[in-house]
Design a protein around this ligand. Structure first.
Ligand code: GDP
Length: 410
């Protein structure tokens, strides 16, 4: 059986926010829309959306596992649960190690608050690429440009609005996508599952063009090819622009910023597109580093199924009375039923089951490979921070650095 999915289509992400900014609501909407979502104009069964929603609401789709897998287009997104409170700084750091990119949620009224600022800096320390979502655009006092200003003042990576809001507060109607020059609106009847791209109205055009110029200037600042075209007055295609923004996001120079209101079901699907377009796949991140357990010689593993197995246990949870060990596989492959070598404990243990956790189901895997994040049953001795690897090619993945928790000012 081939590995679970192609590496370039995997996104291992976390969603981080200051408490109350809307992380839970955003996560729930992501799970809802990835479970069932239609663009207006596609073949769809409207009834199915309506029938499905109340049932799911009753059950409550929330992230209860350390990682939840969802699918968006051809991509497989693994959402790694990150603790929302600054008191758990060590846990945040641990989860930042196993994810490849983050979505930072801000409140359109509160802007950059202490916890989001702390986590942002932590992500910077690990060189984790980010995109930002300014939530609660419907609230009284919502101010997109003020949040952007706050980001500019406090962070070294530069915020890049790739959208502007169409209206604010109670007049928030949707967003203008500056890259495609289209307005995106959501159908309230479908709880935002259906959304539509349309032409920008005449009276908004001047503002959109001005904001788009600003975006192009910012991209030109960090990308020579775009700079050349921009200064030469040449047309820059949507594809070129997306590629340049991706490159700058991966290099942690720019942070694409979007906006919406999770509660009122507007703005989430473009964030999923941005996760795919701008955040890294496991192939895009530098090789994981470690040392040989005996010789202490440094070595690295590139993200490939062909390399010897190297995986990090980053979370251990009890689930229906059974122990689930969550592993991030950096290289190589593992099979269900196989004996796995724990280099930290110098012990072998049988992985009785490999599971991929979805919002409302768990999928049994025969095999998992580089870039995957899986829950493993049967690893009785393995604890958080242990390395699972090929016994013949052992490695201890970089030991966790621990930091004093930062006390929130809030
Ligand atoms: P978390 O603490 O970051 O996980 O935030 P929650 O998702 O629990 O949201 C905190 C509060 O803000 C809840 O009462 C939500 O209903 C509310 N909320 C979330 N998103 C929005 C939004 O887009 N607009 C408004 N007005 N309220 C929101």
């Amino acid at each position: 059986m081939p590995p679970a999915s192609k590496l370039s289509r995997i996104r291992n992400i976390g969603i981080i926010a200051h408490i109350d900014a809307g992380k839970t609501t955003v996560s729930e909407r992501i799970l809802y829309y990835t479970g069932k979502s239609y663009k207006i104009g596609e073949v769809h069964d409207g009834e199915a959306v309506m029938d499905w929603m109340p049932q799911e609401q009753e059950r409550g789709i929330t992230i209860t596992s350390a990682v939840t897998t969802c699918n968006w287009g051809n991509s497989e997104i693994h959402i790694i649960d990150t603790p929302g409170h600054v008191d758990f700084t060590i846990e945040v750091e641990r989860s930042l190690r196993v994810l490849d990119g983050v979505v930072v949620v801000f409140c359109a009224v509160g802007g950059v608050e202490p916890q989001s600022e702390t986590v942002w800096h932590q992500a910077d320390k690990y060189g984790v690429p980010k995109i930002a979502f300014v939530n609660k655009m419907d609230r009284v006092g919502a101010d997109f440009s003020r949040v952007i200003e706050m980001m500019r003042e406090r962070f070294s990576s530069i915020p890049l609005p790739v959208q502007i809001p169409w209206g604010q507060e109670e007049k928030f109607r949707g967003v203008v996508d500056l890259i495609s020059r289209k307005i995106i609106t959501w159908d309230e009847g479908s709880k935002g599952a259906k959304y539509e791209f349309s032409e920008i109205p005449e009276d908004l055009m001047a503002e959109v063009e001005a904001q788009r110029e600003k975006m192009l200037e910012a991209v030109a600042e960090v990308d020579d090819e775009i700079a050349e075209k921009y200064l030469g007055g040449e047309e820059i295609s949507e594809k070129e622009l997306l590629q340049a923004i991706r490159k700058a996001t991966l290099a942690v120079k720019l942070v694409p910023v979007m906006c919406g209101t999770a509660l009122k079901n507007k703005g989430i699907q473009p964030v999923l597109d941005a996760v795919v377009n701008f955040l890294p796949s496991p192939e895009d991140v530098p090789p994981v580093r470690g040392v040989h357990p005996v010789t202490k010689e440094e070595s690295t593993r590139i993200s490939s199924n062909k390399e010897p197995l190297a995986a990090l246990a980053f979370k251990v949870m009890q689930d229906e009375g059974r122990k689930l060990t969550y592993l991030r596989i950096y290289s190589g492959q593992m099979k269900a039923g196989e004996e796995l070598y724990n280099a930290s404990k110098t012990k072998k243990e049988k992985a009785s089951r490999l599971l991929k956790m979805h919002a409302n189901k768990r999928e049994r895997l025969e095999m998992a490979g580089a870039g995957d994040i899986v829950a493993v049953m049967g690893l009785k001795e393995t604890t958080t921070g242990d390395t699972i690897c090929d016994e013949a090619n052992p490695i201890l993945l970089e030991s966790m650095e621990f930091y004093e928790p930062v006390i929130s000012q809030a």
